[in-house]
Design a protein around this ligand. Structure first.
Ligand SMILES: Cc1cc2nc3c(=O)[nH]c(=O)nc-3n(C[C@H](O)[C@H](O)[C@H](O)COP(=O)(O)OP(=O)(O)OC[C@H]3O[C@@H](n4cnc5c(N)ncnc54)[C@H](O)[C@@H]3O)c2cc1C
Length: 399
């Protein structure tokens, strides 16, 4: 089968890219190839469901630009398509004095990023927003919201198909070969031909990128599992909306938080532990080939040597419910181990370069035959329509 553009990966980024392309040029013949039997099975379907406001990201970075633009587009999309969402607002809480300067710089950054209404609040106000939360200082971010990203992704898929796009589920891309300017994409269910490949393969985006280039790629995806607990129904009253700790500037994605979910319930988490399999949602899941690749990657060895203490702390919290509860108690002292039941897990695709840098910003790299989304961690779900817009512009320049 021949298509002008083939997108690999039916997660929220691939689907948003397909939708944007057809909205801009409905005559294009486009397919999305997905290895699972449904869309949004991986990062998109296993995340915290937060509509991020753009508070954390360095002004001018791709994350800051795409998060804020994507935020507005996402909300408009949800309103138009009747997808339930709620602008709940969130509090970010310093629980120790030494976190206060970081909290203040976060507030400054949010204001630089154009967030309206984000402000420091008194501890009395904190009690009004979150009666059971304790801290020494806090800020309130009114723009933050919640949504079910699986529903959003399914709607992108539906609209993509209505515009003439085709989705091939249960097709795993195994190899990409070049025949002149045409790429032959070999899948578990036969070959496809295309003028342009767009790689949105998430946890396998480095592997797919490598299929279409001779030189070896200078980044590797390191999978970090994020495990959640849920608050028991009778204790959900402890959390009104969203409660976040002050992030560690070295690891902005660390730090368990409380999130009221759009589909109901309150989640606590996620932590971040090295997954022994890229799609390993349980501690017991191991893929020796993938694990040894991670361990052999020079960049990972450097990260491990530098941050082993942080890594062990996260691992300890993964095995010990008491330790996990203690981390949560910093924000809500009343929480007891017995209030928590095991929840789900998601695996983050975090790109790591050879020198030990965990890529902070989104990364989109082009070569002659393909466009590769190589790093799309949080807030890529919030930013999906904006990332889709950026990638579709790059693609349309080629036609
Ligand atoms: C625990 C966790 C919490 C998060 N919380 C938030 C949040 O609150 N808000 C937010 O904005 N973001 C959040 N994120 C980030 C967000 O979920 C991701 O950035 C986003 O879902 C990435 O989408 P994607 O399409 O790139 O990847 P994915 O959703 O992983 O999709 C990639 C797809 O590619 C497919 N694929 C891979 N290899 C192949 C192949 N060889 N052939 C065919 N198909 C293939 C996979 O099956 C998959 O469906 C969170 C992420 C995690 C893990």
């Amino acid at each position: 089968m021949t298509f002008q553009i083939i997108i690999i990966g039916g997660g929220i980024v691939g689907l948003a890219t397909g939708l944007k392309l057809l909205q801009k040029n409905p005559r294009l013949k486009i397919a999305i190839i997905e290895k699972e039997t449904e869309v949004a099975k991986h990062q998109t379907g296993n995340n915290s469901g937060v509509i991020h406001s753009g508070l954390y990201y360095k002004p001018g970075s791709l994350k800051a630009i795409n998060c804020i633009k994507g935020y507005h587009e996402l909300i408009k999309f949800c309103q138009e398509e009747h997808i339930p969402f709620e602008l709940t607002g969130k509090v970010v809480v310093a629980t120790r004095k030494e976190q206060v300067p970081i909290l203040n710089s976060l507030l400054k950054r949010g204001i630089e990023n154009g967030l309206e209404g984000t402000r420091s609040i008194t501890l009395d106000e904190l009690k009004q927003f979150e009666p059971y939360c304790a801290g020494v200082a806090a800020i309130h971010v009114p723009q933050t919201g919640i949504v079910d990203y699986k529903l959003v992704a399914e709607k992108y898929a539906m609209k993509f198909q209505e515009l003439g796009g085709e989705i091939f589920l249960n097709h795993k891309v195994d190899a990409i070969k070049q025949a002149g300017k045409t790429s032959i994409i070999q899948t578990s269910q036969g070959d496809f031909q295309t003028d342009l490949t767009i790689n949105c393969a998430g946890l396998y985006s480095d592997k797919v990128a490598q299929m279409s280039q001779k030189e070896s790629l200078d980044v590797k995806i390191i999978p970090f599992r994020g495990e959640y607990y849920k608050l028991k129904k009778e204790r959900e009253y402890l959390v009104k909306n969203l409660i976040y700790p002050v992030p560690d500037p070295n690891f902005p994605f660390l730090g368990v938080h409380f999130t009221r979910m759009m589909k109901g319930g309150v989640e606590a988490g996620p932590n971040a532990v090295l997954a022994f399999k890229r799609e390993g949602y349980k501690r017991s899941q191991v893929n020796l080939g993938e694990l040894s690749e991670t361990l052999a990657w020079p960049g990972f060895q450097k990260v491990a040597a530098k941050y082993w203490k942080t890594g062990f702390g996260e691992l300890y919290r993964s095995f010990s419910k008491t330790a996990f509860t203690n981390a949560l108690k910093e924000l809500i002292p009343d929480i007891q181990e017995s209030d928590l039941v095991v929840g789900g897990a998601g695996v983050r695709a975090q790109a790591c370069d050879k020198t030990g840098g965990l890529l902070d910003d989104f990364s989109i790299k082009e070569n002659e035959f393909s466009i590769n989304v190589l790093n799309a961690p949080s807030p890529a779900a919030t930013s999906s329509l904006s990332i889709g817009d950026t990638v579709s512009e790059l693609a349309l320049k080629r036609f």
